[in-house]
Design a protein around this ligand. Structure first.
Ligand SMILES: [Zn+2]
Ligand SMILES: [Zn+2]
Length: 331
């Protein structure tokens, strides 16, 4: 057997490299079939901080050993490269064999047979998998300091599984902003694709969900931050007054320390609107009027959520959360 065939026979595995992107990040993908979330991790951190035993998906927190996070594209690329290398080695082996055969032909034999091999001349080395385009949102875990990046949002650190309440909160605010900023695009697209009526229904619903998104995100942020001080009563942070009192006791500061009274009034109306939407289909009742002090509506009317409402909600929650995060000493 020629040396080239030996080379093939000895081939146990083909290594295919993976390129970093321009920021020094490598592509990873959640191996859970339900999720397949694509993200990137800083290559230095992948080598130094990440553990072999467990890596977590930033989106669904699926947990798996570190060798299971190759992307589908990387695996397909590696399969193609392996085939190329095997083909290349086969080609090399056959052309060597042909040459040896032809050289071995005796001059004085009666019939001269020579061989020609027209096989592939493909390479016998691999080309690394290219990195996908860099992602926009760079995150550094507040607990283990590993760096990773995602498109859209992430809930968990892939290196330690930590769920950052502040990260989740800022992601939620960005989501609300994206919804409200794109409402006209959605309306136009739907008007063309289906009907004006459906466009209106969808957009109104999209706008209304922004309120509950904001309230729930704020509640989760408060619950997470408050853990360091004790256990808050169930849903306490859905109620502004009760929430503020809890913070007064915990960190000696309440909502009035960060917001003007107009902002507190507005925020209270928005919290009450969320309550109405969640529990009364948005139809105004006596309780709403008493609790919100909103004089715009009479009992039996349906509340309206305007883009202005959402803008105010975002601005107020941002200010309030910055104060709270600083007050709790969370960086
Ligand atoms: Zn996942
Ligand atoms: Zn971490």
């Amino acid at each position: 057997m020629s040396n080239s065939f030996k080379e093939l026979e000895d081939l146990k595995s083909v290594s295919v490299g993976i390129d970093n992107d321009e920021k020094g990040y490598i592509d990873k993908q959640c191996p859970s079939e339900e999720c397949e979330f694509l993200f990137k991790v800083n290559n230095d951190d992948w080598l130094n901080i990440f553990k072999d035993e467990a890596v977590w998906c930033p989106m669904c927190r699926h947990e798996a050993p570190s060798d299971q996070w190759f992307t589908i594209a990387q695996i397909e690329h590696a399969q193609k490269e392996t085939l190329t290398v095997v083909e290349g080695l086969l080609g090399k082996a056959f052309s060597n064999m042909t040459r040896n055969f032809n050289q071995g032909q005796s001059k004085n034999s009666f019939v001269s047979i020579s061989m020609k091999y027209k096989g592939s001349n493909s390479r016998t080395f691999t080309i690394p998998a290219k990195a996908a385009e860099a992602m926009e949102l760079d995150i550094k875990c507040e607990k283990c300091h590993s760096r990773f990046s995602v498109l859209g949002s992430a809930f968990f650190c892939p290196a330690c599984g930590h769920n950052s309440v502040t990260q989740t909160f800022s992601d939620s605010l960005r989501k609300i902003k994206a919804k409200i900023d794109n409402i006209d695009v959605v309306r136009k697209a739907l008007t063309t694709a289906s009907s004006k009526d459906e466009a209106e229904l969808t957009c109104r619903s999209l706008q209304e969900t922004c309120i509950s998104d904001g309230v729930v995100a704020f509640q989760k942020l408060c619950e997470g931050l408050y853990e360091a001080y004790g256990k808050a009563p169930f849903n306490a942070f859905q109620r502004l007054e009760q929430g503020s009192e809890l913070w007064e006791k915990a960190i000696k500061k309440g909502y009035a320390d960060w917001l003007t009274s107009d902002q507190i009034t507005k925020l209270n109306i928005l919290f009450q609107k969320r309550h109405l939407l969640a529990h009364n289909e948005g139809i105004v009742d006596e309780k709403y009027i008493t609790k919100s002090g909103d004089s715009v509506y009479k009992v039996g009317q349906r509340i309206v959520v305007s883009p202005n409402d959402i803008e105010s909600l975002l601005a107020i929650l941002k200010k309030l959360s910055e104060g709270l995060i600083e007050g709790c000493g969370v960086v």
